[in-house]
Design a protein around this ligand. Structure first.
Ligand code: AMP
Length: 372
């Protein structure tokens, strides 16, 4: 999950799909458990916000029931009763029925108050209220709420039926209002030897960003014989990827060390789809995002020549042996190259010709960086 933008505002992930499903199941089960065996309830959803919740709830309820939807509307015209609301859409005779109101969210309780007022003279057998979310800090009424899915803090939320200015209802998760992202975060992408490290050295100065090369961090740990280094070495020497969990945790630590920076150039990370998803989620929790993936595109034969050349001076075991180099390309082609699609799907992929002089390539990258 990434942050989303709706008109002028940014929202960050708050409650994921799985958690929503758990809450809805719990509500449906609780409501069912309280009903007499042969009672056929009538569920009344309060539009618009509840339509997704109501649809999922009814499927989970798993029993005979009737379903209706209503809208709360103000009377139009010039009457003095500006604040009087009425329900649009109730046509059923509710006499003697068990009515269960389905609400997406109850905050101050103003809407709930209207609902209680309106149902007061409908001669129902009983009226119960089930709400997906509840904001205890702002609820001002003395009204019963029979079933609460989850209490949440008093922050504006959207998604799963809830909107901001009409937008956001279509998201399957819940997002919470966030601040405007402050960072510029770039993934510098490309196969081994494409020139990511070289270019990052220039770019970090030009844009005042922190450069994180996971390869460099691993090599630093190997040099200092840390536990992480000892673990990583056996993978790196063979040209294999270090396991995701190890790499992701290390990356997070590096980001946390520079929490106040203007942003990051990620070099050599993400290298797998699960690393990319972890990075998205991790940044989103901070109200930040990846602005773009800038990819250096270089043909493989040129890369092998470059790496062997670098191997003469770099002291890197994985640069000197052609079979290790081939294995790194194999890792790249089977696990990493797919990230192009991952970022393209988010409209964040920028391919750059990585063949030319260092200065020429820097120039091409800055043209893209400036737009991100
Ligand atoms: P690099 O300096 O980026 O070429 O990385 C050198 C080696 O470090 C790779 O061949 C991997 O063994 C390891 N490595 C660096 N970054 C990652 C990553 N994101 N995921 C897994 N392994 C990595």
């Amino acid at each position: 999950m990434s942050i989303i933008k709706l008109q002028d505002l940014y929202f960050k992930p708050y409650i994921n799909k799985e958690k929503i499903t758990t809450i809805v199941k719990y509500l449906a089960k609780s409501v069912k458990a309280d009903l007499p065996k042969d009672e056929i309830p009538i569920f009344v959803g309060i539009l618009n916000g509840c339509f997704l919740f109501a649809a999922d709830f009814i499927r989970e309820f798993n029993g005979d029931c009737e379903v209706s939807f209503v809208k709360l509307a103000s009377y139009e015209g010039t009457s003095s009763s500006d604040n009087v609301k009425h329900l649009v859409g109730i046509n059923e005779d509710l006499t003697g029925r068990t009515v269960i109101i389905l609400e997406d969210i109850i905050d101050t309780g103003a809407t709930l108050q209207e609902i209680y007022n309106i149902f007061k003279d409908k001669n129902v057998k009983q009226l119960r209220v089930a709400t997906l979310f509840f904001k205890p800090d702002v609820f001002k009424k003395e009204l019963p709420i029979d079933y609460i899915g989850q209490s949440i803090e008093d922050k504006f939320i959207v998604g799963y039926g809830l909107d901001y200015n009409g937008l956001g209802r279509n998201y399957p998760e819940i997002y919470q209002l966030s601040t405007t992202p402050k960072m510029k975060n770039i993934v510098l992408f490309g196969p081994p030897g494409a020139g990511k490290g070289t270019q990052a050295e220039f770019l970090k100065e030009m844009y005042n960003l922190v450069h994180i090369s996971t390869g460099d961090v691993f090599r630093f740990n190997i040099k200092n014989k840390t536990a992480l280094g000892i673990l990583a070495k056996k993978y790196m020497d063979e040209g294999n990827l270090v396991p995701d969990e190890v790499t992701i945790n290390m990356l997070k630590t590096e980001v946390e060390k520079n929490a106040d920076s203007n942003g990051f150039i990620f070099d050599g990370f993400p290298r797998t789809e699960s690393q990319a998803a972890a990075l998205d989620t991790f940044l989103a929790e901070k109200g930040e995002q990846i602005n773009g993936m800038v990819a250096l595109e270089v043909p493989e034969d040129i890369l092998v020549t470059r790496l062997l050349e670098r191997g003469k001076t770099s002291g890197r075991a994985d640069d000197t042996d052609e079979s290790k180099i081939r294995n790194r390309f194999n890792e790249y082609n089977t696990k990493t190259a797919v990230l192009k699609d991952y970022f393209q799907a988010q409209n964040k992929y920028y391919g750059i010709n990585g063949v030319g002089s260092i200065e020429e390539i820097t120039q091409r990258i800055t043209t893209v960086f400036d737009t991100l």
